[in-house]
Design a protein. Structure first.
Length: 241
């Protein structure tokens, strides 16, 4: 359901952009073609903003600046290609001066990316209330595991091990970055490049370590602020004591 809604939203975005570009002088089919060049920029904003939660306020502002600059460079490159027939599509279209305005481009990208972010958060809250089943391959077997059975996910570079609350371990080749995207962000928290933990089973946390399921896992500097902020000061104090 979430995937269908997301795909539908991107389709609506493309049609809305096509309507805007039609008003700038494009034929509608050309306008829709140009609108498609904005989708990579929207995807960049979507996945780039996920890392903002791990940054300090100062670094977050810097990260936003870099992300905006990267989105603009990407969009100008794509717009140049689709407007000047550098990719062999047989189009040679006039480039409206308004598309040269970086503030206009950032406004369009932000106005379309924000509702999709809010939709994602709404689905995440709904899914957090009712655990989903995670399907993956472990040692040539297909495993279907409810989210609430997962204690933590650990990566050792060559493989990922999924640890469950009842002591089972499942080895898989699915990288931890993909696990971070699959697991519900309201139920799980990245604490290290090698660890994602279930928030519900954390018994204590500090800036450098975390207790879960009778084990101590390291917290890396990159994720320390978010760990302390989201798990709460009382839990941090509990581990230090």
């Amino acid at each position: 359901m979430r995937i269908l809604v997301t795909l539908g939203y991107w389709a609506v975005c493309a049609l809305l952009l096509a309507a805007i570009f039609s008003s700038l002088g494009y034929r509608f089919d050309d306008a829709f073609f140009v609108a498609s060049a904005f989708l990579p920029g929207l995807l960049l904003l979507k996945y780039g903003t996920r890392q903002l939660a791990y940054e300090t306020p100062q670094r977050r502002a810097l990260h936003i600046g870099y992300l905006a600059a990267a989105a603009l460079v990407l969009e100008y490159l794509l717009l140049f290609l689709v407007n000047h027939d550098k990719v062999g599509f047989g189009r040679e279209m006039a480039f409206p001066p308004l598309l040269l305005n970086p503030f206009f481009l950032l406004f369009l990208l932000g106005a379309l990316a924000l509702p999709e972010y809010l939709l994602d958060r709404r689905f995440a809250r709904r899914e957090a209330a009712q655990p989903q089943r995670i399907d993956f391959i472990s040692e040539r077997r297909r495993i279907s595991l409810p989210e609430d059975r997962i204690l933590y996910v650990a990566s050792n570079d060559t493989e990922v091990v999924v640890h469950t609350v009842d002591g089972e371990q499942f080895r898989t080749r699915t990288p931890i970055s993909q696990w971070e995207a699959i697991l519900n962000e309201l139920r799980f928290l990245r604490i290290h490049r090698a660890y994602i933990v279930s928030r519900a089973h954390v018994t204590g946390a500090t800036r450098t370590g975390l207790a879960i399921g009778g084990e101590q896992l390291p917290v890396s500097r990159k994720y320390a602020d978010r760990v302390v902020r989201e798990l709460g000061a009382s839990e941090a104090a509990a581990l230090e004591g």
